[in-house]
Design a protein around this ligand. Sequence first.
Ligand code: ATP
Length: 220
Amino acid sequence: MPILKTQSLTKIYGKDETEVKALNNINLEINKGEFVVIVGKSGSGKSTLLHIMAGLETPTSGDIIIDNINISSLDEKQRSLLRKEKIGLIFQSYNLIPVLTVEENIKLPTINTNNKDDIYVNELMELLSITDRKTHLPSQLSGGQQQRVAIGRALVNKPAIIFADEPTGNLDTKTEGEVLNLLKESQKKYNQTIIMITHNMEIAKYADKIIKIEDGFIRE
Ligand SMILES: Nc1ncnc2c1ncn2[C@@H]1O[C@H](COP(=O)(O)OP(=O)(O)OP(=O)(O)O)[C@@H](O)[C@H]1O
């Protein structure tokens, strides 16, 4: 069953001589529980596609359907609620809140939800090996530890879909392996869908589906 579909998705930036067609008529179907990677050269449209599928940017035309809901038909408030409930986001820049501790950063997406599962927060911190840093601030952590906090924050609401833009781009090989294993464990346990941009063909090998983009077009 598809959890996410795109229909004739097109994104045009700029106008006239500065016009860039970043996405051209993209039709995709991604099933529940799939691990999907998006590959393609720099500037091919990967981030644009990921941001639009995650509801962070609007397409110029076309639709995104998540769990049978056409997100184009939602207003910003409804879209933000859907993101909170169904989507986890992991970016290369960690976007942690500097004045909040590790534990508070992880719990941030649970504010204003009924999700008050402290046992799961503790379990996540254990899995991420950051329990002993839970009262630390992001500035007191290494890059890899900060990324693990960002992953904890993305997973805390047990989202149906996790969007990740090169989540291991800044990590050493060992931490990269740990982070990927953690994501895969979570994916299996909660039947989550992972949609990840990567330049790393080793990661792409583990994917159920590879989406290749070239100049805004999907190449099968
Ligand atoms: N806000 C913007 N305004 C104008 N053009 C943009 C904007 N964002 C992206 N583009 C253009 O759209 C195209 C696709 O960009 P996108 O960031 O999606 O590529 P990418 O495949 O993610 O690249 P990279 O691997 O370098 O991150 C590029 O030609 C880029 O210059």
